[in-house]
Write a protein that binds this ligand. Structure first.
Ligand code: NAD
Ligand code: IPM
Ligand code: MN
Length: 346
């Protein structure tokens, strides 16, 4: 039993709607476990930026750092210039808290309709690098707005950064029945980063001889994700490829409303952060239409990370039971959240 000190960043758009349901699931999962959770809300996102011009201050960051974990809804709003909140808040948290493993499971639950006619048994995880790649912001532009504008985005890949995420991915593959790791990159074009990733996977494979390694260029990976997703077990890839592939992965296992993620600091030098893969969905925000299931499954990842394995398993089982009975029903965000919490409580 433990006392969990949770930071909550509900954020923008549907973020606030889905986080409310995620917290109900968390309470239900811990009831009777002896463990308790105390939450602290952080007012971050579009509202705060309009009011103060702040995205994430040093004081916010240090306060958040003192928690055991973070639950985040979504960041980003059409009223704020694109990139301000995404970079200044979300990516700043991932980088500052060294979330180098962005774990994004893709599992097709029995009874869930996939847009694929013959998906097969889909159950893989994407280990997306979380602190490097083109996300670093090591680019720049000159002569902006002129015909001679030059706009560069530079992908940063360090031996240290690639090796630590590759080792984590191997360890995850080694602990799964199929023991298969697929590196996804584009080393036929991105020869500098691509070969660093390829060599690193080769070298770390020596430490995990039971893991079978496969390689796909990212373009071909998108083919197989649609034609034969069952071939994947663990995918390891860079920050940007991982971003794109995991929206696709979410779509093939029943929709982005089911896709969960964990931004993990495996060394536990700072709290890990749990959030749905999706964004703030301005097109449906405020309408009670958002599916909170991705957030509830992210709560399962949070519980598992904190060692609350039984509680995590109960959340996953509740989602599995709920999604199996969804066909043809339309429920609001709150209705889905209430149904899930009731199932979790048993
Ligand atoms: P999005 O994921 O917000 O929405 C894409 C589509 O999926 C929309 O049609 C939306 O209605 C739908 N959708 C998303 N979540 C859903 C849910 N839970 N239930 C039902 N439908 C859902 O992506 P976008 O439109 O590209 O981005 C919108 C904003 O969110 C942007 O500001 C973007 O930067 C931001 N964003 C934030 C995060 C994050 O906070 N982690 C992730 C992705 C995008
Ligand atoms: C995600 C989002 C973020 C990303 C954006 C909003 C910075 O798309 O969590 O997948 O690209 O990582
Ligand atoms: Mn994304």
């Amino acid at each position: 039993a433990q006392r969990i000190n949770l930071a909550v960043v509900a954020g923008d758009g549907i973020g606030t709607e889905v986080v409310e349901q995620g917290l109900l699931a968390l309470d239900a999962a811990l009831s009777g476990s002896g463990s308790t959770v105390t939450t602290t809300d952080y007012d971050l996102g579009a509202r705060r930026w309009h009011a103060t011009g702040e995205t994430l201050t040093d004081a916010d960051l240090e306060a958040i750092r003192s928690h055991d974990a973070i639950l985040l809804g979504a960041i980003g709003d059409p009223s704020v210039p694109s990139g301000v909140l995404e970079r200044g808040l979300l990516l700043k948290l991932r980088f500052a808290l060294d979330h180098y493993v962005n774990l994004r499971p893709a599992k097709l639950f029995p009874g869930v309709a996939s847009p694929l006619a013959n998906p097969g048994e889909v159950d893989f995880v994407v280990v997306r690098e979380g602190t490097e790649g083109p996300y670093v912001g090591n680019g720049g532009a000159i002569r902006v707005g002129t015909p001679h504008e030059v706009a560069n985005e530079v992908s940063v890949n360090t031996a240290f950064g690639v090796e630590r995420v590759v080792r984590d991915a191997f360890a995850r593959a080694n602990a799964r029945p199929r023991r298969k790791l697929t590196l996804v990159h584009k080393h036929n074009v991105l020869v500098h980063a691509g070969h660093l990733w390829r060599r690193t996977v080769e070298a770390v494979n020596a430490e995990f001889p039971d893991v079978t390694v496969d390689y796909l260029h990212v373009d071909a990976a998108t083919i197989f994700l649609v034609t034969d997703p069952a071939r994947f077990d663990v995918i390891v890839t860079d920050n940007l490829f991982g971003d794109i592939l995991t929206d696709l992965a979410g779509a093939i296992v029943g929709g982005i409303g089911l896709a969960a993620s964990a931004n993990i600091n495996p060394d536990r030098t700072a709290p890990s952060m749990f959030e749905p893969v999706h964004g703030s969905a301005p097109d449906i925000a405020g309408q009670g239409k958002a599916d909170p299931t991705a957030t509830v499954l992210s709560v399962a990842l949070l519980l598992d990370h904190l060692g609350e394995r039984d509680a995590a398993a109960r959340v996953e089982a509740a989602v599995a039971a709920d999604v199996a009975e969804r066909a043809g029903r339309v429920r609001s965000t709150a209705e889905v959240g209430k149904d899930l919490a009731a199932r979790i409580a048993g």
